[in-house]
Design a protein around this ligand. Sequence first.
Ligand code: NAP
Length: 296
Amino acid sequence: MTDSNLDTSAETVLLKGADVVAALDEKTSQRIEALRLKDIRPTLAILRVGERGEDISYERGASKRAEKVGVEVHSVVLPEDVSQAELLNTVEKLNADASVHAVLMFRPLPKHIDEGLVRNALSPDKDIDSITDLSLAGVFSDSAVGFAPCTAQACMEILSHFGIETKGKKTVVVGRSLVIGKPVAMMLLKEHATVTIAHSRTIDLADVVASADIVIACVGRAQMIGREFLSPGQVVIDVGINVAEDGSLVGDVDTNAALTCVSAITPVPGGVGTVTTSVLMKHVVEAAERSVEEAV
Ligand code: NAP
């Protein structure tokens, strides 16, 4: 690890998302300025079905960040009982609309909708959070189809920002979902890490995790990764966002236990989640840039 960007005042370094966000958003704003000179305003459509509280609050946060960096946001809201045909029609219209560069579609969709069909109806060119099979295939095949999932990309941005070397490092990803675990493992592999993917059937999980140089925790279980999973010198990226019994937000890692032991850890909140929104904006801008290149 190089320590140029690290806050070295504490024994265990907190890899604060705000530091990464500032750097990412500045670059994104510069790219937006360059696009504006070509009369392009990067535009994100947020497609929401129903009125789920967590979707609305994510939409609010994303819209605020978009405004800050200069991305235009259009919210497209459909009722909970929308028909599959109407939803597909909306996706197709967004695909065809040249003024929309990117689409963020909240999931899960209502039960009466064939989610796989609707997801894959989206053009990979506008799929800035890798919900289509083609975008995911792009992550696994190292090709430039679509975009990587924003949260997985956020983990990579954090490691890169703080100068954390992944090459040759023993890295354990705890979790194997298509949203985070599997894609982040592929992205780490691309950066030459030696990657183990652990999951609910992994034997001696604590020992496996403790043997890693870098731990990516994406389990979805509040503070499951306790002291016995951790060892001195580790870098821990805590992707988890869980509501604790007292109503506070906590990660998948027991941060207090980690602070007595590891060399660096992302806080929750204020870690991966906040960087994810910046990655989203970066992807919108990239989608807009790609659309210009295609038009030439
Ligand atoms: P998920 O689809 O539920 O996957 C969880 C994974 O963890 C599964 O692969 C599961 O293994 C594994 N797992 C569950 N219990 C385990 C245990 N006791 N021991 C070992 N492995 C276990 O969750 P996800 O969508 O990947 O999300 C993971 C976490 O990230 C959640 O807390 C979520 O809120 C958070 N998240 C954060 C962001 C962000 O921006 N920071 C974005 C999205 C999600 P099996 O496959 O064997 O069942």
